[in-house]
Ligand binder design. Sequence first.
Ligand code: KIV
Length: 306
Amino acid sequence: MSAGGAQGGAATGPAPRSPRPKVTARTIREMKARGERIVSVTAYDYPTARLADEAGVDLILVGDSLGMVVLGYESTIPVTMAEMMHHVRAVVRAEPRALVVADLPFASFQASPADAVRNSARFLKRGAEAVKLEGGRRVLPQVEAILAADIPVLGHLGLTPQSVHAFGGYRVQARGKGEADMLLEDALALERAGVFAIVLEGIPRELGGDVSRALSIPTIGIGAGAECDGQVLVLHDLIGLSFGRPARFVRRYAEVGDTIRSAVASFRDDVRSGRYPSAEETYAAAPDEAPPKAGPEVRAKSSCES
Ligand code: KIV
């Protein structure tokens, strides 16, 4: 941690927090009736949650995509409740005005409604305000049980990544009429059960529009076309901090990966050439005293020292 960071931040001070009112699941549901488009991104830690919130998003999703995006897994299947809770707590510490939704990972809810309620409650005890789970009518008992425990639920239909093996890869779903009708039935069943919104992922734009028009609750699309009631993107995709070829629906608004690589390369060059640190970046001994031994009072505290 640099002296200008969290420990030595008094010079700049924390950015003023947004005065906007807290977003709740009810706010999100009501946005559709008001014709307001919902803006959502993922966040997995304190700084990205803070920055996304300061940018004014409505909903922060602590998605199980964190397994692939920040933990380096091949899919979301290995993600555990312990990993999710660690990241949920970091996001919650940013005290976002946006609604914080935690994603139930694979095997945390499929086996029984009791599992679904217990694991959803663990998220709420760590400060999440709603949960998301993948699936339609086949997970209706789980959805109903979570809602009966007064925990708001965000549905997720279409290319649900936890079903990657059943789908045979990350393929656009519901391209044919039969599958599209089934997805619409799933969406209507989730709405009847009482979810406050539904994520639609990786489906044809026409179907995204049809489902959005058929529901009174909002749809939040990711690769589901412009007619959804809102859009969500994985933050790391949006800012250019992910690897590999981005999906067709990803729009990159920044190239943060390039910025980081080039900043670290400049640091490398400066260290190797002796340009870093300069005199201004070092401490001087008091004129009439011997140089102090290196100690905690003159060293920037490293992240290893707690
Ligand atoms: O895990 C996740 O980030 C998600 C979004 C992509 C919708 O489910």
